[in-house]
Design a protein around this ligand. Sequence first.
Ligand code: HEM
Length: 559
Amino acid sequence: MDMISTTMWYLPNIGYSFLALLIVTLIALHYYIETSRAIRLILKLPNPPRVPILGHALITLNMKPEYLFSKAIEFHHQLGTVISAHLGPRAFVFLLDPQDIEIILSSSVHLDKSVEYGLFKPWLGDGLLITSGAKWRKHRKAIAPTFHMSILKTFVPLFYQNSLDLVNRLREKVGQEFDCHDYLSAITVDILTETAMGVSRKRRQNTSYEYAMAVMKLSDIVHRRHYDISLRLDQLFKFSKLAKMQQKLLDTVHSLTENVIKAKWKDIEEQEKRGTQDDEIKSEKSTATESTDNVNYTKLHYVRDDLDDIDESDTGEKKRLAFLEMLMDMKKNSGQMTDEEIWEEVNTIMFEGHDTTAAGSSFALCVLGSIPEIQARVHEELDSIFGDSDRQCTFQDTMEMKYLERVILETLRLFPPVPMIARKLNEDVRIVTGNYVIPKDATVVLGQILVHRLDKHYPNPLVFNPDNFLPEKMQQRHYYAFIPFSAGPRSCVGRKYAMLKLKVLLSTILRNYRITSDVSYKDFILRVDIILKRGDGFPIKIEPRKPMSQTGVTIPAQA
Ligand code: HEM
């Protein structure tokens, strides 16, 4: 009895000591965070209410992606275009003013992605999207020319053939409501496999839809981990159900990309067996008709980057290879690329190249379905290009799709597939707004989805108006007020590919169908995920159409 009471006597003391230690640790942590230079500097910027130590972490704890956008709009209305936050000792600054964004994106110092991108590593390895320093420079230099206009032009027949396959597949859906994103994500995977990856049709596997769905779920997990602090730490995450799910999804995704790599090696082997004949044809194709078309095409975009330099300084003498062929060539002939690096880049391009354009084309169809006048103008333009003919679409045709181009750009404005991006600052930056200083190592988040809705740059910003992209309107606007592909040295390497593919894909669908949608584009529930989606899906209906000349439909006046 005495023994027990003696032992029990110590227990409260241990408890008190533990409590005291905890309190001292928390006070020390609080002091450390509050006095750190980065937190002191970012707290001078407008920021929402916070709690000690955790800072603003509780704002997004357990929040569903559907609510993130409305929360962001609320803070923007309350606090303006520069907002800071901290999660413990980590400092974040959200920038929405194009002048401030230009300072970050045009710089060659702030090229590194924020640590959040590290959560992609099990999926994409250290590929172009995430990597930094010398590796990024070397890979960017190798990959950017593989999306050169002369190569993209050779993709047009493949874009068209796959788009036509989709048109045929959609026949079973005529008159019914269906989710167009399901179809568009599978077709964009097929298109990438045949173009950038250069895998012949006969070797293509029937797993595109499965891959696309796995990618959607994987992005969802990675994104939840970005903003929900309870899922962030690897040490805790690995015991969660989500970690098991992630592993299964990774198996699905990697099995497709590994098959793509194997199939391409086989294609190359076969080509070599057949001799040099194919190579000669290909080199003729890829160096064909250059300059004037390229120059005209690139005028479309007005934040110049290395892709413009590559196209405009092209003499047409260089033999160019498409993406995967180039990487394999670098491995075989000069040892400049390893198998692991090829694996990383294939995973990166398969993800960045398909999910973004699937979202962009799905939003475009849903918007057109909800604004018949604008759809009628697109139909009118397509009829003026193709008449009654069902001939295939050519590169020259895409140059004439001026109105469709404006519709695509306006879709990317209101519904940018990549709604926000983030960089880690490599040195202090003084921004224009408020003359604030953002400290080195802070994470800067650039929210294009909100930038594109600033009424300072777009009158009636929530109204879908393709004429926002008339040349005279574009010239008057700040360059960085439209950044769906980011901008500067680290901009999207696939933007010209994406625009060309979107034009061929959408024009082929719209030559064959009229789209209707019961939901106005103003009522879309936006899900600000890594790639922007609709929380309510992408439901549309389609009906076959004939050219206007045959239907007698009159064209409404300009929207
Ligand atoms: C509408 C379609 C597309 C949109 C809106 C888009 C948007 C973007 C954005 C905003 C970035 C910057 C990401 C960041 O800084 O975190 C980016 C980077 C990138 N995109 Fe795209 N993209 C599209 C299509 C494509 C396509 C078709 C490809 C490839 C075929 C591609 C490949 C890449 C790659 C590899 C990067 C990383 C570049 C680097 O860091 O040097 N994208 N894209």
